[in-house]
Structure formats: structure tokens, C-alpha cells
Write a protein that binds this ligand. Structure first.
Ligand code: ATP
Ligand code: MG
Length: 669
């Protein structure tokens, strides 16, 4: 691996020379007039934030209930360790639940739960308050105190949200671990955070089968025949979802329902410091070993609340908001739980997959709950494209009024497909760029203000400052590409990597230490208007015969051909050109693989971008390797293209995909 570093450095270093004749996308979509008229946030928000950024954020913080007002908006004297709303005190769970009940909204549905088998349950804010109170009392009974860590290894069920809020209520930072992760992934996260309690479930429903979860939890905490407990875990709480038989360790294990039953449904929330840790969450692991990202209380809640209100234009009395992410990812934390609940939204929580029992399940859900705002990922959108237009066409999607996307750059063609087939050309699209580290959205259109461009995340949100710079940290002019940096601190910024300050500084702040910029790790382009186009990870930018070419743009060119549903592109080492472009494509439903396809696609890319960007090899594959959050893992494809052993595959959804792909690629060089 080490031998590869210099090449990467070069690719990274020269990223500002990214081709200027890249993909041209001239389409523009103005905000719908009615939405613009009644929008929560108008153009003047940008001016207000520019005039006084800290005053702007102080005003947004007043969306929340503070038990004690802060004395200073930002303390940046210990940079890059930030403190926001210094001296302020609040309780996150109170802000997300109790205050809405106190304001007379106890009967409003906080979320509609839809189980994969079709079982349903709607939870009101009043019920949520009682459940969270009981869970807070239960954790207290088990000896969990403010500052103790709680690991949550749970599927998409109401108890998961209750568990997170209960932790927040008592000031015990949670570490949510995606339910499909392996016991060893769970174990390493438990060990890293030294979690005291693990909350899990017996199992869950996925693709029509019952998946056991408790045995994985047991393996992770090291239960042996003698009932011994390894790791730091003192208790394992098990929610009943499937009713299946589970292995049991007496004394350590407790059923959620039995534990809750004996608790009072009243609990007085305590105030916590604005900088009290709220949660630890590990990044997706797309580029390597996951990092335990630390988020705190006041700044985080301020920014998730503000962005959820501004970017989705949430009207709490009438909207139904559905974020399709898993709660195990930051998107689920910020836009299933904390953002929406702090804004008194009515949400949807769906347990299963989009194709169970049929490929129209998402659209059936939209129709059933009258979803008005939907937030999903490019990987899902490309999958729907692959399945065909006729599937969403069967459903009444007239309730939708806004569509969101996050997770990867969205190819212009996928954006247009989303607009036409899901939004029926009525709904604005918000392409939101952010990271686990940023905690909340950073770059996104404002739906009532921005005329959008398919494939562009457009501008930093009000109060956020970002730029595209060259390797020396100098901002590039409009019309060029480079490295994306955040040049001002923001309220929901990560406060560190759990237990590893040095890695925090090295990973994000060392590269532009002189300027004090946060380096996001992503490449981006500023177009002629100054709007931002994310080009994927800097590590993924290819260097071909001295030209920097973004994998994202070649992929978008491939996807713009009617035969292609999804594409992944990598730069493989090449003796003559430095790197050669290798593409892996999935064809659209109904497309036949004809012998001229490869040439046709090569010619198409040459026409869309330029001959230099033409993939040397194109391989049709049935699937692409993805992380469990649905992101393409290009580094594994690169391993295949360069004919070497695969790197870390622990966050891969389905490791057998790699065998299928390796088998298809002729080992050429
Ligand atoms: P790791 O950091 O462990 O490699 P990861 O970066 O995939 O994992 P996340 O924090 O879940 O973990 O993802 C953030 C990244 O996702 C961003 O840095 C960016 O590369 C990509 N991303 C998210 N939203 C967008 C978007 N709207 N447009 C382009 N890229 C996006
Ligand atoms: Mg990352």
C-alpha cells in the first residue's frame, strides 16, 4: 500500500488543474412559485449571515429551549477544538419531545412506524415523552450516569429512537452501531468507547426474512458458556421485535419491555452544558478504518434544527417527512431523530428494504402516509432507475412537494430521473453535501430561493463558509476545480475523534494548518457562477497523462447514456499514462448487452467530456461493491483493476459481490 502513496499525493496535489472542459450541464430549475412565496427561509438569510455570522447562529440557537443562556457564541481560542454557545445549558430530549407536549402538541404523531411485514404503529409526542422518560429511568436504574457511554445496536424500530433520546436525556453519549454490522465491528466500537450498556433487539425483518441480532450482540460482548462478560458491558437490554428465541445470559441480559414496565413514565430532564458529549458515531469507512466522530449538545442541535427547517422548508402542522436512511448513519441521527423531532415534525420510520415485498414499496409508503418531503440517497435513486420508470408511475405521489438527496455526488441524469419520475416535475430537489464530521448539512440549495442545477449542491448554507482551494490553500477562480475546505467553524462541527486528539488534528486540520482550514477530503469544482460541484473523494481523482479527471464526472457521463443505470470508475496504475481509466457499469432494466456496447460507451464519454476521459476498459457487472450506507467502494475496484489482494472489506454490504466482479474482469495489463 505504501508504494501507492506518492501517486495519490500527485493526484491530490494537482487536483486544482482539473479539466475545465468537463461535463456540461446547462439545465436550471427555478423554485416553484408557491413554495418560494411561503418559504421558511428567504434570500435575506444569506445577507444576515454574511453581515454577522455569529449573531446569525445565535439567532438560530434561539429555536431551542435553553435552561441557561450562553455567554459567548463561539470560543475558537483552542482551535481546532471548538466550543459553541459557551456556558449555555439545555436538554436535547426536552427540546425534541417535552416542549412540544407542553405547547399542546402531545397528540401529534412524532413518527409513523412501518414494519417490513406491514405492521404499523404511530407514536405521538405524548407517548414518546412517556417512553423516553421510562427508558431514562431504566438506564438510571442500571447505573448509567451522565458521561457513561451506551452502545445501541438496533434495527429501524421505535425503541431505537426512544433509546437514543433516553441517552440524550440523561447525558449518556450513545454510540449507534448499524444493525447489519458484524459482531467484530460492534466489538471494536464498544471497546473504543468503553460502553457500559448495550441496547439491542432479538432480531428484525429484512427482505422477507427474520434476521437474528441478539446472537451477534452476544458474540460481540464475549458471552461464553460460563456467562462471563468481556468488554466493558455490564448489561444488555433486548427489545422484542421478532419474538424469536434468543440466547440469554442471566443477570446481564434484560428484556426491554420488562425493564420499562416497572419504570415511572415521568422523568425530570437535567440541563447539560452546551459542550456535553451527545454521541459518538463512526464514519462509513468508505476510505479506510472508521473514525469515532464526537458530537456535542448545543451547537449540534442548533444546526440540525436550523438546516432541517430551512432546507426541507418544514411546516410542522402539515408536512410528513421521510428520511430513508438508517439511524445507524449520521443522516439518521440528524434527519430522522434530532433535526425533525426538534422541529416537531411528523416523520416516517421504515424498517425494511425498498424491494420487499415488491419494488414499489417506497412509493406505496409515500402514498400511505401522504409523505410531503422525502430524503434519500443517489444509490437508491440509481437503483430505482434500474428497476424502471413504470414502478413509481403506478403510485399516487401527489403529496410530495420536495425531494432531497445525500451521501454521494448525484449524477445529473439520476437527478433528472428523480425530478421527473418521483417529483413529477413539480418538486424542487435539494442535493445536500455534508459528512459525519460536519454533523449537519453544509452545502445545499434553499428550496424557496435557489435555481438549481442537476448535479450541483450549489452554495454553502447561510452561516456556513466553504471554498475550493489549490494545494497551497489559495482559492481557485470560478471555472476550476480543487479541494473542498471549510474555512470557518460551524456549530455542529465534530469536536474530535473519540480518544484520539492527534488523529483529529492530523486528519482534518494538518493539511491547511497555516490557513486554519478544515479539509473535507473531497474534490470540488466552482463553476462560472461560483456554484459548487462535488467531484468525489480526493483519493478517487485520477491522474491520466498529466490530466486530473474526476471519477464522478466520468461516471456521470456513463450514466447519461440510456443503457447505463449505474457506473463506478477507478484509475488503475499504468506504466505509460500514470493511470488508466477502468469503468464498471450496471445496465438499465431491459437493456441487452450487445457486442458494440463497450465501444459505444467509450465514444459517448469521449463526446461528453473529451477523449482523455475515455475509459480504457469497461466491464458490465451485475452489482457494485458498496458500503452498508450504499456508497460505492472504489478502492476495492481499484484493487481488482490492479490485480491485487482486496483491502479492508468489513464495511462491505455483500463480500461475494467482489468475486463476481473479479471473475468478470480479464486480468489485463
Ligand atoms: P470514511 O470517512 O470513513 O471514508 P465516508 O466519508 O463515506 O466514510 P460519511 O461521513 O458517511 O462517511 O460520508 C461523507 C462523504 O459522503 C462526504 O465526504 C462526501 O464524499 C460524500 N457525500 C455526502 N453527501 C454528498 C453530496 N450531496 N454530494 C457529493 N458527495 C457527498
Ligand atoms: Mg469521510
Amino acid at each position: 500500500m505504501a508504494a501507492e502513496e506518492p501517486a495519490r499525493e500527485t493526484a491530490t496535489g494537482a487536483a486544482q488543474e482539473t479539466l475545465s472542459n468537463l461535463l456540461h450541464e446547462g439545465r436550471r430549475f427555478a423554485p416553484p412559485a408557491a413554495l418560494a412565496e411561503a418559504a421558511n427561509v428567504r434570500a435575506d438569510a444569506y445577507q444576515a449571515a454574511r453581515a454577522d455570522r455569529l449573531a446569525f447562529w445565535a439567532e438560530q440557537a434561539r429555536r431551542l429551549h435553553w435552561d441557561q443562556e450562553w455567554t459567548q457564541v463561539l470560543d475558537w481560542s483552542g482551535a481546532p477544538f471548538a466550543r459553541w454557545f459557551v456556558g449555555g445549558k439545555l436538554n436535547v430530549a426536552y427540546n425534541c419531545v417535552d416542549r412540544h407536549v407542553e405547547a399542546g402538541h402531545g397528540d401529534q404523531v412524532a413518527f409513523h412506524f412501518e414494519g417490513e411485514p406491514g405492521d404499523r404503529r404511530s407514536v405521538t409526542y405524548a407517548e414518546l415523552q412517556r417512553e423516553v422518560s421510562k427508558a431514562a429511568n431504566a438506564l438510571t436504574e442500571l447505573g448509567v450516569r451522565a458521561g457513561d457511554r451506551v452502545a445501541i445496536y438496533m434495527p429501524m424500530i421505535p425503541e431505537t429512537i426512544v433509546a437514543m433520546l433516553a441517552c440524550a436525556r440523561i447525558g449518556a453519549p450513545h454510540s449507534v452501531v448499524f444493525a447489519a454490522f458484524s459482531p467484530s465491528a460492534l466489538r471494536s466500537r464498544i471497546d473504543d468507547a468503553r460502553a457500559k450498556v448495550l441496547i439491542t433487539a432479538d432480531g428484525y425483518n429484512r427482505r422477507g426474512t427474520v434476521v437474528p441480532l441478539k446472537p451477534n450482540a452476544d458474540e460481540a460482548v464475549g458471552a461464553d458458556e460460563s456467562g462471563g462478560v468481556a468488554a466493558s458491558i455490564e448489561h444488555v437490554i433486548v427489545a422484542r421485535r421478532t419474538g424469536q428465541e434468543v440466547p440469554w445470559t442471566e443477570g446481564r441480559d434484560l428484556w426491554w419491555d420488562e425493564l420499562m414496565e416497572r419504570q415511572s413514565d415521568r422523568h425530570t430532564p437535567e440541563s447539560f452544558d452546551s459542550e456535553h458529549p451527545l454521541f459518538i458515531l463512526y464514519t462509513s469507512g468508505t476510505t479506510g478504518k472508521p473514525k469515532g466522530i464526537l458530537h456535542t449538545t448545543g451547537g449540534y442541535l442548533t444546526q440540525v434544527s436550523y438546516t432541517h427547517n430551512a432546507v426541507f422548508d418544514l411546516k410542522p402542522d402539515t408536512d410528513v417527512f421521510w428520511c430513508t436512511a438508517d439511524v445507524g448513519w449520521v443522516t439518521g441521527h440528524s434527519y430522522i431523530v434530532y433535526g425533525p423531532l426538534s422541529n416537531r415534525a411528523t416523520g416516517v420510520l421504515y424498517e425494511g428494504t425498498p424491494d420487499t415485498p415488491h419494488k414499489g414499496r417506497f412509493w406505496e409508503n409515500v402514498d400511505r402516509y401522504g409523505v410531503t418531503l422525502i430524503y434519500t440517497a443517489p444509490t437508491a435513486i440509481r437503483t430505482f432507475m434500474k428497476w424502471g420508470d413504470e414502478i413509481p408511475a403506478r403510485y399516487d405521489l401527489s403529496s410530495l412537494r420536495l425531494l432531497g438527496t445525500v451521501g454521494e455526488p448525484i449524477n445529473p441524469e439520476a437527478w433528472i430521473w428523480y425530478r421527473e419520475n418521483i417529483g413529477r416535475e413539480r418538486c424542487p430537489i435539494v442535493d445536500t453535501w455534508w459528512q459525519t464530521e460536519t454533523g449537519a448539512m453544509m452545502i445545499s440549495p434553499l428550496p424557496g430561493v435557489t435555481a438549481t442545477k442537476p448535479g450541483s449542491a450549489m452554495r454553502p448554507l447561510p452561516g456556513i463558509s466553504a471554498d475550493v482551494v489549490d494545494i497551497d490553500g489559495t482559492p481557485v477562480p470560478n471555472g476550476s476545480g480543487g479541494l473542498l475546505v471549510l474555512d470557518q467553524p460551524w456549530p455542529s462541527m465534530l469536536r474530535g475523534i473519540w480518544g484520539d486528539d492527534e488523529r483529529f488534528v492530523q486528519t482534518y486540520w494538518a493539511r491547511f494548518a497555516d490557513q486554519g482550514y478544515y479539509f473535507a477530503g473531497d474534490g470540488a469544482k466552482k463553476d462560472e457562477d461560483g456554484d459548487l460541484w462535488l467531484l468525489g473523494r480526493v483519493d478517487d481523482i485520477m491522474l491520466v497523462s498529466g490530466h486530473n479527471i474526476s471519477t464522478t464526472e466520468v461516471e456521470s457521463a456513463l450514466v447519461s447514456h440510456p443503457a447505463v443505470a449505474e457506473a463506478a470508475v477507478v484509475g488503475a496504475a499504468d506504466e505509460t499514462t500514470g493511470q488508466r481509466i477502468v469503468a464498471f457499469v450496471i445496465l438499465r432494466g431491459g437493456t441487452e448487452e450487445d457486442p458494440t456496447l463497450v465501444e459505444t460507451l467509450q465514444a459517448h464519454v469521449a463526446k461528453e467530456i473529451g477523449p482523455i476521459a475515455k475509459p480504457r476498459q469497461i466491464q458490465v457487472v451485475p452489482e457494485l461493491p458498496k458500503t452498508r450506507s450504499g456508497k460505492i467502494m472504489r478502492r476495492l475496484l481499484k484493487d481488482v483493476a490492479e490485480d491485487r489482494a482486496l483491502g479492508d472489506t468489513t464495511t462491505l454490504t455483500d463480500a461475494s459481490v467482489m468475486d463476481l466482479i473479479s471473475a468478470k474482469l480479464p486480468h489485463a495489463t
